[in-house]
Design a protein around this ligand. Structure first.
Ligand SMILES: [Zn+2]
Length: 341
């Protein structure tokens, strides 16, 4: 039986059942006296159900999540929503203006949670976000990308000890899950303290739109909503890909300075001793092969060929059942990359 829908109140705005509302949460002014605010959209379903937050760009240069949320908000399937969806596509608006991961004072907003009313700029924004948004939710999906010039294979990061969060990770439907313990000051940490399970979706690179990463993100949000009973199941429900938890992962670093070339792409499997790529100088004749120190799946890579010794080149994740992971990852890549851009 459908639960009775409930109105929800956020920052003085009441969103009634069946209502869709867009509003701003003011966070102050720029020193130019321009008002600055975090845009929010709340969609309240016709019948009651869970309250889910989807948010993006806590790191201001991570854009894929903004596009994921835009597409979710435009999706025709939202008309069947049960419960409430709260969408915050640009949490770090100040970072976005500067096209930067950080706040103007160079703090990382994802290290400022839960924040405080009297704290630094980041602490105040974090505190406002927690009090006005996070505490109104029961579940959250936080959308991220790799750093500048570094791309991530679509993956979910979650602290697997949190069973409710692990359940969301499974429901999202990416083959790769990385067990990531809670970091102090992160939104996930704030969620943990409040008993709100949060998963982090990582895909693509900063300052770019990556079409497969966006599509996987939209599908993952929908999968979680179906799993939570916020949407009816699809008529033809393809089984989710099996999820594999990496045993460990680390970056292979440049053994020398130069130009790095590699034919590997995200999701490729390598075995120990494979040549992952070559570092050479501009005039050639100084080729240095970069070898795989262990076997694994490429889950992240540099997109910039200019490298100094020690720089991160390829992120390799190790799994127990490499053959199975390889098969599932290959099918997953085909599904999301076959339609082109
Ligand atoms: Zn991030």
């Amino acid at each position: 039986m459908a639960r009775r829908p409930q109105a929800i109140e956020i920052f003085g705005e009441t969103i009634a059942a069946s209502e869709r509302k867009t509003f701003n949460i003011p966070i102050g002014q720029l020193y130019t006296h321009t008002d600055i605010a975090i845009p929010v959209q709340v969609i309240n379903g016709k019948s009651g159900g869970p309250v889910l937050l989807i948010c993006a760009a806590i790191h201001g240069d991570e854009l894929n999540g903004i596009e994921v949320i835009r597409r979710v908000l435009a999706a025709p399937w939202l008309k069947n929503l049960r419960g409430t969806l709260i969408a915050v596509p640009m949490v770090n608006v100040l970072g976005i203006i500067q096209r930067s991961r950080y706040l103007p004072d160079r703090r990382d907003l994802n290290r400022c949670f839960p924040g405080s009313e009297k704290g630094s700029l980041g602490g105040r924004i974090a505190n406002l976000f927690v009090t006005e948004i996070l505490t109104k939710c029961q579940y959250a999906i936080d959308l991220h990308t790799g750093a500048v010039n570094r791309s991530n294979m679509p993956q979910i990061r979650v602290h697997l000890e949190n069973a409710a969060a692990a359940d969301l990770a499974q429901a999202f439907g990416t083959p790769l899950v990385i067990d990531a313990p809670i970091r102090d000051g992160s939104l996930r940490g704030a969620g943990d303290d409040l008993g709100i399970p949060i998963i982090t979706y990582e895909a693509g690179e900063a300052l770019r739109f990556d079409e497969p990463a966006i599509r996987v993100g939209v599908k993952g949000v929908r999968n979680v909503m179906i799993h939570l009973g916020m949407l009816p199941a699809r008529r033809v429900q393809k089984p989710l890909p099996q999820s594999f938890v990496a045993k460990s992962s680390s970056w292979v670093r440049a053994p020398a300075d130069g130009l790095f070339r590699s034919s590997l792409t995200l999701g490729d499997r390598v075995t120990r001793g494979d040549v992952l790529g070559i570092i050479d100088g501009p005039l050639g004749n100084s080729e240095i092969p970069v070898q795989a120190p262990y076997g694994g799946i490429v889950i992240g890579n540099t997109r910039l060929p200019l490298v100094n010794e020690g720089e991160a080149l390829l992120h390799l994740a190790r799994f127990d059942d490499m053959d199975d992971v390889e098969t599932v990852v290959d099918e997953f890549r085909q599904e999301f990359e076959s339609n082109g851009y």
